[in-house]
Write a protein that binds this ligand. Structure first.
Ligand code: NAX
Length: 333
């Protein structure tokens, strides 16, 4: 019997966590034979709500859940963790400037980066979900000098899942038959959904490029891309709350693929530390197509980038570079 994996979820009294912690406890993230200890962190004013989540976890009676540590103390939360799902962040209030929002979050992720460096397992795998996710991941990474930058990532899998579902809907195939849609860059409105490498596999029939199956360049450029970019806003408009269950599902996909590996011939999108691939400046946390084996990701190399996509990559790169510069200026204050 394998020993329990220590998994931290921050923002544990929030919306996404309310789906996520039950998925983890039920074995969907790490498989049906991997026991877990959940470390749950939220801020002091959420302590009571957090206690309620613990009660429900107990009542769900999942056999893989060995124990729960629910706390508002950063050190207790981060000690010995092997997986860190950093979901909590400061939300953007009405009238709040992007710059002010970034500053508050730089302070949160500075503290959490330091805590990772001091208290977490040396192999800890970190996924940042709280927005601005890419730059929050970069902030945490800069404070964790003793940990490899390859252990940090940010979530763009929800964007990928949205894009694949939209293509499946358009051409009338199950989403499971849609492969290798890429999300490049920032988890923001400048993200670049790219179907140039994507293909369909319908059971027992030929592999077809998505571009051929859709056969509508105007739709791909003028409807599909903005619809993926704006899907989060559409959910907020409808639900009066941001995406939560779909975000939790995407977090499960991201971590499962990272730890247990991607399928042969298939790649997934993860925002990771740029090594300069595709002329993306080194050191940005940038969403790339990756494959994963033995708990390590690698960026898929050699894909052909059209001028249309390259122009969009330049815009998302510029935005991430600006966010990085701003975050570094706050860190040096
Ligand atoms: P909620 O506001 O429901 O929950 C956030 C929780 O985080 C709250 O309970 C809050 O008290 C807690 N929190 C705040 N600061 C904290 C700190 N320093 N330490 C620990 N906990 C802290 O938000 P929810 O809907 O769960 O979304 C969480 C984050 O995910 C938001 O930043 C949101 O923008 C982001 N998202 C990112 C997505 C992505 O694809 N990267 C998609 C979904 C989501 O919008």
């Amino acid at each position: 019997k394998s020993s329990a994996l220590r998994v931290l979820v921050t923002g544990a009294a929030g919306q996404i966590a309310y789906s996520l912690v039950f998925m983890i406890a039920s074995g969907q993230m790490f498989g049906p034979h991997q026991p877990v200890v959940l470390h749950l962190l939220d801020i002091p004013k959420m302590q009571e709500a957090l206690n309620g989540v613990v009660m429900e976890l107990q009542d769900a009676a999942h056999p893989l859940l060995q124990s729960v540590i629910a706390t508002t103390d950063v050190r207790t939360a981060f000690t010995g963790i092997q997986v860190a799902l950093l979901v909590g962040a400061f939300p953007r209030g009405p009238g709040m400037q992007r710059k002010d929002l970034l500053k508050v979050n730089v302070n949160i992720f500075r503290e959490q980066g330091e805590a990772l460096n001091k208290y977490a397992s040396r192999n800890v795998k970190v996924l940042v979900v709280g927005n601005p996710a890419n730059t929050n991941a970069l902030t945490a990474l800069t404070q964790a000098a003793d940990l490899p930058p390859q252990n940090f990532s940010a979530l763009t899998r929800l964007d990928q899942n949205r894009a694949q579902a939209m293509i499946g809907e358009k051409v009338g195939v199950n989403v499971n038959d849609v492969h290798n849609v890429i999300i490049w860059g920032n988890h923001s409105l400048t993200q670049v959904p790219d179907v140039t490498q994507a293909f369909l596999t319908q059971s027992y029939s030929q592999v077809t490029p998505v571009v051929t199956a859709v056969n509508d360049d105007k739709w791909l450029k003028e409807s599909f891309i903005p619809q993926v970019q704006n899907r989060g806003a559409a959910v907020i408009a409808a639900r009066k709350l941001s995406s939560a269950a779909s975000a939790a599902t995407a977090i499960v996909c991201h971590m499962r693929d990272w730890l247990l590996g991607t399928k042969d011939g298939e790649y997934v999108s993860m925002a990771v530390y740029s090594d300069g691939s595709y002329n993306v400046p080194k050191g940005l946390i940038y969403s790339f197509p990756v494959t994963c084996h033995n708990g390590e990701w690698s960026i898929v190399q050699g894909l052909k980038i059209s001028d249309f996509i390259q122009d969009k990559l330049n815009q998302t790169t510029k935005e991430l570079q600006e966010e990085k510069d701003l975050a570094l200026s706050f860190l040096s204050e």
